[in-house]
Design a protein around this ligand. Structure first.
Ligand code: AQP
Length: 320
């Protein structure tokens, strides 16, 4: 199976990115699938306004992927902007993508409602660029977090439109979303998101992680009283990293009373540090020295596949 997915270097990856996407990405590579993973830096330009930040984040995301087990000899890892054809295909797809379709995008509607973002055109056409990233490589499956399901559905709609006008050109990909993960909640109870500042990191220093975990919003109850287990952010995160027995133990501590949210947060922090111990150790040994070569190798492999798609697109649209 051909697999394509991506991550925005709009900040440092968090455990939501890991559970919703990156963990699956590495597992699919290990299962021997034909995987392409894209550090989508053109997308990050819709929110970052500092070149030094983008440079640091995109290298950071690539190194984080490698530390989490991505093997550049098994999967193709590359920077989106190394292949300007992504922007070119996005333009072409934009000429068939209905405006009304993009207006329905949850992320766009959310941004309009909040009105607190720089509402640039790139943010509006984000799903078209994402369609280009995906359709460029004709994948069968697009493994993403639950929040990105709509974008993959839009990719299918745009591909169908294009095929309707220009004849069979693109395969319609299927989103693959881990049901057990769903949408991971951030420290404030909203979707964990780099732009909400409510994330818990993977590779941050221990004192930073501690601060993030200790900042999780909890109910206000007396220490001696039982703590409610419904809609508890700590438990929902702990569940993702522990066995059912460990989860039951923590739940019974909640029910017993006298435990306190401080102890629950400490248990979560311990679990996170244990779960990522190997990756965190690996990450300290990685630096940007050989990264250029690894990313250039990925771009070269991706370029060969992109050329095939673009040749067909030029031929079918008459742009040859
Ligand atoms: N909270 C989440 N729960 C489950 N999956 C998530 N993903 C992101 N947040 C969660 C999945 O991670 C992959 C990479 O996401 P992205 O960086 O490309 O963009 P995003 O979804 O917009 O992530 P953020 O953190 O919310 O970034 P900003 O704030 O910059 O927009 C995707 O597969 C995504 O589903």
């Amino acid at each position: 199976m051909r697999i394509v997915s991506g991550i925005q270097p709009s900040g440092r990856p968090h455990i939501g990115n890991y559970l919703g996407a990156m963990r699956q990405h590495v597992a699919l590579q290990e299962a021997g699938e034909d995987c392409l993973y894209i550090v989508v830096d053109y997308h990050a330009l819709t929110s970052l306004r500092n070149g030094e930040d983008l440079k640091r984040y995109r290298e950071g995301v690539a190194l984080d992927y490698l530390a989490l087990g991505l093997d550049p000899n098994k999967a193709i890892l590359f920077y989106q902007s190394d292949l300007p054809q992504h922007a070119e295909l996005a333009w072409i797809l934009g000429t068939v993508a209905p405006h009304a379709l993009l207006e329905r995008a949850h992320a766009w509607k959310d941004a309009v409602e909040k009105g607190n973002r720089d509402m640039n055109v790139g943010l509006f056409t984000y799903p078209v660029l994402m369609a280009a990233d995906i359709l460029m490589y004709n994948p069968d499956i697009v493994p993403v977090g639950a929040d990105q399901k709509q974008n993959v559905e839009m990719t299918r709609d745009i591909a169908e439109k294009f095929n309707h006008y220009y004849g069979e050109t693109f395969k319609l990909p299927e989103p693959q979303i881990s049901k057990e993960v769903g949408t991971i909640l951030g420290t404030d109870g909203r979707k964990m998101s780099k732009s909400y500042g409510n994330t818990i990191g993977i590779f941050e220093d221990e004192d930073v992680l501690k601060k993030q975990v200790m900042g999780i919003k909890t109910a206000t109850i007396d220490l001696k009283d039982p703590m409610p287990i419904e809609n508890d952010i700590i438990l929902s995160l702990y569940e993702q990293f522990s066995s059912s027995q460990e989860l039951d133990e923590l739940k019974s501590n909640y029910a017993a009373g006298g435990f306190g949210y401080g102890s629950a947060k400490k248990a979560l922090l311990k679990k996170l540090l244990e779960s990522f111990a190997e990756a965190r150790e690996k990450r300290t040994q990685f630096n940007t020295k050989n990264l250029g070569e690894i990313m250039a190798m990925g771009a070269e492999k991706a370029q060969k596949l992109a050329n095939i798609t673009m040749d067909l697109v030029y031929k079918n649209t008459g742009l040859y």
